[in-house]
Design a protein around this ligand. Sequence first.
Ligand code: C5P
Length: 231
Amino acid sequence: MANARRWVVIPAAGRGERFGASLPKQYAVVAGKTVLEHALACFNGLERLAGIVVAVASDDDRFARLWRPAAPVHTVVGGETRAASVAAALQWLHDGPAREDDWVLVHDAARPLLSRDDLNALVHESEQNGHGALLGVPVADTIKHADDGMVSETIPRDKLWRAMTPQMFRLGALRDALERAGPEVTDEAMAMEKAGMKPTIVRGSATNLKITTLNDLVMAEALFAMRAQTR
Ligand code: C5P
C-alpha cells in the first residue's frame, strides 16, 4: 500500500459567477499563464503521479488549447456542482485505470499558488496515516454569525480552520463517501466527515489562495512576483 499510485483530480467546470468577468476564473491569466495552467503545474515532478483528470464544462472550448504537463491528462465532463464534477472524474478513474486503494489528490482549478512544501507535507501526512488529509489554515479573524447584517453571535475561533486543497484520500473511500453525501458538499473532507471519518487537517500556507474575485487575481499576481524575486 505504501507504493499506491497517485492521481490528481482538478474540478474545472465552474462558471465563476462570483468572479465578475466574461470568462470563468480558471481561464483568467496571471503571471503569464491561465490560473488552470498554474494549478496543473503545481504537480509537476510529483513522484508516482499516474495521471491527471480534469473535469471541464460540457461547452468548454478552451482547455484543449492549454499547455499540458508531463503527466497524462484526461478530461471528463463536470456536473452542476463541484462535488458532481469531482464524482465524474472519480467515476472515470474507477471504470478505467485506477485501483480502489490508489490515492486521489483533488485540487481546485482556481488555486494556482500551491507550494511544493505544502504539497509534500500533505502527501507525507496522508501516506503516514493511511487514510488521507487536507490542507488548511487556522482562522485569524474574529468570526461573527449575522442574520440580515445584524450580529447575533461571535464564534470562538480557536478550533476553526479554513479548508483548502489539495485534499487527498483513497479512491474507493472517497467515491463511496461522495456518492452517499450527494452533490451539495463543498469539499471532499465534508463527504468523508459525513461518512463518519475525521480527516486530518495539515497546516498549509495562506498564500494557497483560491481565486474567487478580481481582487484575488491582483493578489495572486503580487504573490507570483514575490515568488519570482525569492528564486
Ligand atoms: O466556485 P468554487 O470556487 O467553489 O469552485 C471550486 C472549484 O470547483 C473550481 O475549480 C471550479 O471550477 C470547480 N467547479 C466544478 N464544477 C462546478 C462548480 C465548480 O468543477 N459545477
